[in-house]
Design a protein around this ligand. Structure first.
Ligand code: BGC
Length: 745
């Protein structure tokens, strides 16, 4: 090992000296990567471009024989799905002790919403609108993951998603580009910290590039087809925001776009990512997506697929094995340049240097750190805090909530009331559901010791059986108040979990119907991974709490909200439709030439015969146990020029009797554009914490740059004209003022 390092550090000094006379000066790790590259054979370089999954056996992880040989031969540069300080050390040893150049492996994993301490699913967490908190949960995930030997998370997923049929909406930050971009940046900062070489930081991987969330009909892996304007204006900004925050890697998406699979799109991976955005990390494909180009029907054989991907700008092949099999011969045949291979290999090696793996390949394989860091008390406490803040109070007529801790008899009913398995949700890869605390347990810990709690399952989640119903009705009849917990099983959202119905399963409806008939104070707790059609539930219940899948600390977090220890403050980041027929439905739609509001009595306006145009719960909706009043929006001026900015303000008062937090939202509408503009666009938000009777003035500043969009000529710029500006409690707000922007031509 020593001899090897001497060789390349000599080269390093030489190259650093050489660079003294040149501009720009390379970063140290950049120069180090060059020095290693100079020692490598073509085959060794291609090895760095290959990523394989580790195999997991029933009894624990084992590497398939073939992969071990690949590692020993230097034919693989990175491994995913291998976790644990001891196991990653074992694999690292195979690479470092057997390969000629001793280049360490990179270990990746899906660390999506926590690693061992599981946080709320990302869609839930986004409803907190709390960027610092989201940064902290990513930080904790990185602390735990790096203590288990990992260097690289396949997160954040920043795909804008507007179709709740798509199961992967649970993994992102919802429908809005502005909020999604802020959250993308926060999550990247959390994972990567300020210094990649620190032992508790890891590489982020922004995914899935690009527009995976726009799969037609909400069916996973399906075609994406959209204009370049929509792509750039709505879908691309969160990826860009993640890269601006320093995301080191990018993952391609499974979908096609503009008629090309994303993993073979030169337009996405080179023209936009490299040339327009100047990204200098590496691009990995999604799982086997180079192979899938054969099914997409854009290449006829494996060699053509490998060539298309690498020439488009892919640097690392996840799991297809096509780079490993085909690149050497493609270079020899002149179909792929060695310069392209060098570029890709260098990007990967540079990040290995940035992580400090060349100084100590076993740096992240510390079993002592693993024991003390993973699932420690501080992390669990933060997970509970996070879970409370992710809950959205959808409805609370007659102030049924909060429930009284001294309720004499409380019936806790429903298939989600005592489920443990489902609480951590999909994409909780290393999470152990057995460690999650159920709602029933959370309630038991929270209510007064004198409260009598009865529990009945009431129905299965999805199976067609009424065997539990009678017991539930009997117990509910005895109770003074009822908590009825319903929802989706965790497997009903996530990857490959699209649904054509977004209602709760029929068997749960039956249970809800029976419980509602009792006319008792009932709180409906809904656990799920996507916006649901809750029209039926809305009709039958006065109080509804959207709790998503909240992770390890779900039970206590929900209980604290149910009994008023925490006053809910979350706001929806995806619109909840009234029926599946309204999809796609999102707040920032266009006005159309026949807007319903222009003439509601007219048949020939944009509407449905059998359903309202409006959602059941709009984007930004979420109630509190207190109430807030907003004064009329005020502007410091009504007219600005390109060099000005405008102050938009309003006073918010807590008009109720409890302290509470309110997420105040700023929206803008550009009334006339060279192309049509959305009826509202989120441009800012802030979270206030107000005591009863307390008022606070909120002021937002809008600059002309905030009003930019892709104009008719596709220039990203603002245009002169009139704008409406709104401040309110959700996207339905009508609290507005108008200003004018003039632009010197
Ligand atoms: C998913 C990715 C994930 C990868 C590796 C794919 O099926 O689409 O999001 O990172 O698997 O597990």
């Amino acid at each position: 090992m020593k001899i090897y390092y001497r060789v390349f550090y000599t080269l390093l000094v030489v190259s650093l000296l050489a660079s003294c006379n040149k501009q720009p000066v390379k970063s140290t790790t950049d120069a180090k990567a060059d020095s290693v590259l100079a020692l490598m054979t073509l085959r060794e370089k291609i090895g760095q471009l290959t990523l394989y999954t580790s195999d997991w056996d029933v009894t624990g992880p084992t590497m398939r024989k073939g992969y071990q040989t690949d590692i020993k031969n230097g034919d693989v540069g990175a491994i995913f799905n291998a976790i644990g300080a001891a196991y990653t050390r074992q694999l690292q040893q195979l690479a470092v002790e057997n390969t000629r150049l001793k280049i360490p492996l990179l270990f990746g994993y899906d660390v999506i919403h926590g690693h061992r301490t599981i946080f709320p699913i990302p869609l839930a967490e986004s409803c907190s609108w709390d960027l610092d908190m989201m940064q902290r949960s990513a930080r904790i995930a990185a602390e735990e993951a790096t203590a288990e030997g990992l260097h690289w998370t396949f997160a954040p997923m920043v795909d804008i998603a507007r179709d709740p049929r798509w199961g992967r909406v649970m993994e992102g930050a919802g429908e809005d580009t502005y909020l999604g971009s802020k959250i993308a940046a926060a999550r990247v900062k959390g994972f990567q910290g300020d210094d990649l070489s620190a032992v508790n930081t890891m590489l982020a991987c922004v995914k899935h590039f690009a527009a995976y969330g726009a799969a037609q009909a909400g069916r996973d892996y399906h075609t994406v087809d959209m204009s370049d304007r929509v792509l750039r204006e709505t879908y691309l900004p969160p990826y860009k925001a993640a890269l601006d925050a320093g995301a080191a890697t990018v993952m391609t998406s499974f979908n096609e776009i503009h008629g090309e699979p994303a993993s073979g799109s030169h337009y996405l991976l080179t023209d936009i990512l490299r040339k327009e955005w100047g990204f200098d990390g590496f691009v990995v494909t999604d799982y086997t997506s180079i192979m899938e180009m054969l099914y997409h029907g854009v290449v006829a054989d494996t060699a053509a697929a490998a060539a298309m991907a690498i020439n488009a700008g892919v640097d690392m092949d996840m799991q297809a094995g096509f780079f490993q099999d085909k690149l050497e011969q493609l270079v020899k045949a002149g179909k792929v340049s060695e310069a392209r291979i060098n570029e890709a290999a260098k990007r990967i090696i540079k990040l290995k240097f940035d992580l400090g793996l060349f100084d100590d390949p076993y740096k992240y394989c510390d079993t002592t750190r693993e024991k003390t860091v993973v699932m420690n008390e501080k992390f669990l406490a933060e997970a509970k805090e996070n879970a409370k803040r992710s809950i959205v109070l959808l409805k609370n007529e007659n102030n049924i909530l909060p429930l009284n801790k001294n309720t004499k008899t409380l019936a806790v009913i429903g298939p989600m009331a005592n489920t443990r398995k489902d609480l951590i949700g999909a994409w909780s890869a290393a999470g152990d559901w057995k460690k999650a605390i159920t709602l029933l347990e959370g309630i038991q810990q929270t209510v007064s010791p004198a409260t009598k709690i009865s529990f009945a399952k009431g129905s299965p989640i999805d199976a067609d059986s009424t065997q539990y119903l009678a017991e539930a009705i009997a117990k509910a009849k005895q109770a003074d108040a009822i908590v009825l917990a319903v929802g989706e099983a965790s497997w009903m959202s996530g990857e490959a979990a699209s649904r054509t119905s977004i209602q709760l399963p029929a068997i749960q409806r039956k249970l809800m119907e029976e419980i509602a008939k009792l006319n008792k104070p009932t709180v409906l707790v809904v656990m799920n991974g996507r916006p649901l059609d809750l029209s039926f539930e809305d009709k039958h219940f006065k109080a509804i709490l959207e709790t998503w899948f909240l992770g390890t600390q779900a039970g206590p977090a929900i209980a604290e909200v149910l009994f008023g220890d925490y006053n809910p403050s979350g706001k929806l980041t995806m619109t909840f439709p009234r029926s599946i027929g309204q999809i796609p439905i999102y707040y920032s739609m266009k006005n159309t030439g026949r807007p319903y509001e222009s003439d509601p009595g007219n048949k020939y306006v944009s509407k449905y015969l059998d359903e309202s145009n409006y959602p059941l719960y709009p984007f930004g909706h979420g109630l509190s146990y207190t109430t807030f009043a907003y004064t009329q929006v005020k502007l410091d001026k009504t007219s600005i020029t390109s060099t000005d900015s405008i102050q938009v303000s309003c006073t918010v008062t807590n008009t109720g009797t409890r302290q509470g937090e309110e997420i105040v939202q700023l929206y803008v509408r550009d009334l006339v554009g060279s192309v049509t503009r959305p009826i509202k666009e989120l441009k800012g938000f802030t979270k206030l914490d107000l005591k009863p009777g307390e008022s606070r003035e909120v002021t937002f500043q809008i600059k002309p740059a905030d009003l930019r969009f892709y104009r008719k000529d596709m220039r990203f710029d603002y245009e002169a004209g009139e704008f409406e500006v709104y401040i309110g409690t959700n996207a339905n707000t009508t609290n507005k003022a108008k200003f004018n922007l003039s632009v010197a031509e």
